[in-house]
Design a protein around this ligand. Structure first.
Ligand SMILES: *Cc1c(COP(=O)(O)O)cnc(C)c1O
Length: 389
């Protein structure tokens, strides 16, 4: 019987750890082996083989992640995209139709548009903030609804309560990519979602040094995803498991800090004369503010803002900053900054891009663990140089 803990901070440290500790080792050791001695198991999926994601490093992670999200079962995968792809392929097995949030992660959009249709899986895009448009898109073969915790990079918050109610009313499987919230700020399964997905590359690991994913949900569904993973081979190797496990232990304290620091930076930017607008659900001015207050325990480390000027003004601002590293990705300990129109959303049609607020002068910031005051002073100096130009 594994121990149950009430608070997330305690779960991050103690849930899922082997009982008793292996040779008394305080840290779960890395089992850098491809297989264990045959133990007589008659079930293929229980053969102790690394690709089957059932080694001690996988199992500790699975239990810890399930505890953090209050789910029955979890599985870790080789990337966030493999968790998303295998989950959609499992839920939509045999073909059919589903609804998905329009402003989804780029890889997910590409999966849905370019990979799934050949397996007879089709999708209609929905505005996740406006439930009134969903029912008319239902077909007899509609089987699932897919959302993200917050939309990248404008940080809109889907009407998650309505998504869960809609799924229950129409017998759909509700799936959410909860990467941007992390279990610290939102536990979708508690709200009634069936499946919570993560790019563990981001907050869960938090140290920008590995690629991983996770799916958490009810036991039967996650078991089916796990068995599909065994065949597609998107397993996480033991060393990456160890690093992710190490990262998870500090997840709550990292994200609590990021919540506070990002809110302070959002407030600073919103008050600056050279900033046109700031997108952060923790600000009263954001369309998702009320929903975030109700559903989330914090709004995380990502915000975006529009600098007065054009794409090259945005570029000058990024160049003038000393602390943020100019690159994509998010949720790590170092602050990262990027122009979505030139990177994460570069393949989108420019007009479509602008229609959803991703203009060339929009900048996305992922706040790390540097001192908030240092980051604010850095923005202060870079913005003042901008105004002197
Ligand atoms: C990064 C990301 C993904 C993809 O994760 P990988 O680990 O890069 O495969 C999916 N969804 C969201 C919201 C992400 O930020």
């Amino acid at each position: 019987m594994s121990k149950k803990f009430k608070f997330l901070e305690t779960k991050a440290i103690h849930s899922g750890e082997p009982e008793p500790r292996i040779l008394g080792s305080v840290v779960t050791p890395i089992f850098q082996t491809a297989m264990f001695e045959y133990d007589g198991s008659p079930d293929y999926n229980n053969l102790k083989y690394g690709r089957l994601s059932n080694m001690p490093n996988h199992e500790a992670l699975h239990k810890k992640l399930a505890a953090l999200e209050n789910g029955e079962r979890a599985v870790v995968t080789a990337s966030g995209m493999s968790a998303i792809a295998l989950s959609l392929m499992t839920v939509m097995e045999g073909g059919g139709h589903f609804l998905a949030q329009r402003q989804a992660y780029g890889g997910t959009i590409s999966l849905i548009n370019n990979q799934l249709p050949s397996s007879g899986i089709t999708c209609d895009w929905i505005d996740p903030q406006d439930p009134s448009g969903w029912a008319k898109l239902l077909k007899p073969e509609t089987r699932a609804i897919y959302t993200e915790a917050m939309a990248n990079p404008t940080m809109e918050v889907a009407d998650h309560k309505a998504v869960v109610a809609f799924a229950k009313a129409h017998g759909l499987v509700s799936m959410i990519d909860s990467t941007f919230a992390s279990p610290v700020n939102f536990r979708p399964l508690e709200l009634g979602y069936d499946l919570s997905l993560h790019s563990a590359t981001k907050y869960l690991n938090g140290h920008s040094d590995l690629i991983a994913g996770a799916a958490v949900g009810n036991g039967d569904l996650v078991e089916r995803i796990h068995h599909k993973l065994n065949i597609f081979g998107a397993c996480l190797d033991p060393h990456a498991c160890f690093l992710l496990h190490r990262g998870l232990r500090t997840l709550p304290i990292r994200v609590h800090f990021q919540n506070e620091s990002t809110l302070a930076i959002a407030r600073f930017l919103a008050s600056h004369p050279l900033i046109e607008s700031v997108n952060y659900p923790g600000l009263e001015s954001h369309s998702g503010y009320a929903r975030a207050q109700e559903l989330f325990d914090g709004c995380g480390g990502v915000l975006s803002f529009v600098v007065k000027g054009d794409g090259s003004t945005a570029e000058s601002l990024i160049k003038g900053l000393q602390l943020p590293i100019h690159t994509f990705s998010l949720g790590g300990i170092e602050t990262l900054i990027v122009q979505p129109s030139r990177t994460t959303h570069v393949t989108m049609d420019p007009q479509e891009r602008e229609a959803i607020g991703i203009t060339d002068n929009l900048i996305r910031l992922s706040v790390g663990l540097e001192a908030t005051e240092d980051l604010i002073s850095d923005f202060q100096q870079a913005l003042s140089r901008l105004s002197a130009q």
